[in-house]
Design a protein around this ligand. Structure first.
Ligand code: GLU
Length: 473
């Protein structure tokens, strides 16, 4: 039995986009499911547009998602000899020819065709030209069949047929000698024994040309699966207008790789109405043949929802690790892992991203709380002075600072001052966090610990007193 081999073949000419990441994921899922191999091939043959920075971003992005590749990564820039050898083979067999037409001549013909309302197409001038044209360097063209049809058997789209008369004699090497995309892809896929070419359907139009190249070499064609594009909610191709399109931007905003993998898999594929899938489950349940023909629509709300799910599900040790860069970025120390475990425990129920978690947890780390003006106006009032003072005393006397003890004390103080519990809790919340929204009050007091809690209550007492003095003068 042949071993399944898939490949992800990004061009390192910009950030790795969500669409590319999903292509990588589908290739990875299929390879893992079939106990095959997943190959990473960096298509950096366009030296001018390719940059190391983007290769690094591809590797970082795949690593972040957990899409591990087999063998070493391949680079087209290191494979010139293989391409040259294949170019020579086609030339010797008469299946390719040297084309001496200059760019100006080609442009003039193109314009003439457009003016005559014909589809511009290479007119075959050099197909039968014998010998060289002095002073000109030749490009190499593939002698494309121009009669009949080429059928692309596609695992997603079904059989798609192309009229060969629509296909040009493709340039397979430029006049500077560098081979072109369609040619390199075929040579690479064959020499890397790729069995399944899974890629975005923006490449579907290239496939009949590639099939003709396979045939010219006498190579068997692989299976093809062209997966639909990702669209924005307005059904236009996903672009910056719809939010970040770069994969790593999502990591930097605090999304978890599990959420992203789950999200990407569900774009253009489904399994009943199940929404949550671990990577292992996807490997098991994903079916290439069941990828939808129509484009998946990017839904940022769903991604957020999934992310919230994976945050809640993560254990605290893992969350601390994930949250650490976001806290360090804000200048907060992360050297008390036991305490941080308690911090994340209080935050994980509400936060939808790690960034949100860091924002919502900032009050734990601050030395001094800045009150939100509206919250302070409404809740830090003179009638809270007595209850706050009592609270300071009673909390200060607690031998162990546990949630249960804190609850008892707060309830006592509320009762002694004839306050509904919420009428004590909300001002305390403002005193401790600066705002009116936070994790449950006993939890945050326990995590803030005695020293900080008392310090903040005392600060809010001072704040109320000063406000009163100001109001009097
Ligand atoms: N390098 C191409 C791209 O980034 C992909 C080629 C392929 O998958 O065949 O779009």
């Amino acid at each position: 039995m042949t071993v399944v081999r898939t490949r992800f073949a990004p061009s390192p000419t910009g950030p790795l986009h969500l669409g590319g990441a999903r292509t990588a994921l589908f290739n990875w899922l299929f390879a893992r499911q079939q106990q095959g191999k997943f190959i990473l091939r960096v298509e950096d043959s366009d030296r001018e547009r390719s940059a190391q920075q983007w290769t690094d971003a591809i590797i970082e992005g795949l690593t972040w998602l957990g899409l591990n590749w087999d063998e070493r990564p391949y680079f087209q820039s290191q494979r010139s000899d293989i391409y040259q050898d294949h170019l020579d083979r086609l030339l010797e067999a008469g299946k390719a020819y040297r084309c001496y037409c200059s760019p100006e001549e080609l442009e003039a013909k193109r314009k003439a065709a457009l003016a005559a309302r014909r589809k511009p197409k290479y007119d075959g001038t050099c197909r039968s030209r014998g010998g060289e044209v002095p002073g000109r360097r030749a490009a190499i063209r593939f002698r494309t069949s121009d009669v009949g049809q080429t059928i692309v058997p596609d695992m997603v789209k079904g059989a798609v047929s192309f009229d060969n008369s629509e296909l040009d004699d493709l340039i397979i090497a430029r006049s500077d000698g560098t081979p072109t995309y369609n040619f390199c892809v075929v040579v690479d896929d064959v020499t890397m024994s790729i069995t399944h070419v899974i890629r975005g359907d923006d490449h579907l139009n290239n496939t009949p040309r590639q099939i003709q190249l396979y045939q010219a070499f006498g190579y068997p064609i692989p299976h093809f699966a062209h997966i639909p594009l990702i669209l924005g909610p307005d059904k236009a191709r996903l672009s910056k207008r719809h939010g970040a399109t770069s994969l790593l931007a999502y990591r930097d905003q605090g999304y978890l790789p599990e959420a992203m993998v789950n999200f990407l898999a569900r774009l253009a594929w489904s399994y009943g109405d199940q929404e949550i899938f671990s990577a292992d489950e996807l490997v098991d349940k994903f079916r290439l043949e069941e990828v939808g023909k129509s484009a998946g629509v990017f839904n940022s709300e769903k991604l957020l929802w999934l992310n919230g799910h994976y945050i809640r599900q993560s254990d605290n040790i893992q969350l601390i690790k994930l949250l650490t860069p976001f806290l360090n970025e804000r200048g907060y120390s992360t050297d008390r892992p036991d305490w941080l475990g308690k911090v994340v425990q209080t935050l994980k129920e509400r936060a939808k991203t790690l960034k949100e978690m860091a924002d919502q947890g900032e009050f734990y780390f601050l030395e001094k709380i800045d009150y939100q003006p509206k919250a302070a106006d409404k809740f830090l009032k003179p009638q809270m002075l007595q209850p706050f003072n009592d609270l300071v005393k009673k909390l200060g006397r607690l031998p162990v600072f546990t949630k249960e003890n804190i609850e008892t004390v707060m309830k006592e103080v509320a009762q002694e001052h004839n306050l509904k519990f919420a009428h004590l809790a909300q001002p305390v919340r403002v005193a401790l966090t600066g705002g009116t929204v936070s994790p449950p009050i006993f939890d945050i007091i326990e995590v803030l610990e005695k020293r900080k809690t008392i310090l903040r209550l005392n600060e809010s007492i001072n704040f109320i007193n000063q406000k009163e003095v100001k109001a009097e003068v």
